[in-house]
Write a protein of this length. Sequence first.
Length: 97
Amino acid sequence: MEADTRWMRQCADDIDSTGGAVGKLLGNADGAVSALKGAAPGWTFTDSVDELSSRWEALNKLVRDELSDAAENMRFNASDIDGNENFLTETWHNIFG
């Protein structure tokens, strides 16, 4: 069975794209927080919106960091597999010419 390193690299690119999309959600969340605070002046529940927002930002960062790590690992493994296959091919040719 042969590993498809091109597919692995494409998956890593897709993971990076997903991380970018997750990061863009922060702008939408900021807009929603502002709209909520503006729509409910004087209400006490809006005091907790800042805490909710900071939790959302922390979760968003965690997800993006995990996705980034996954993409990096996928690329590393693809490179490692390519390196091993090249080594085996060169060794085979050196032995059996």
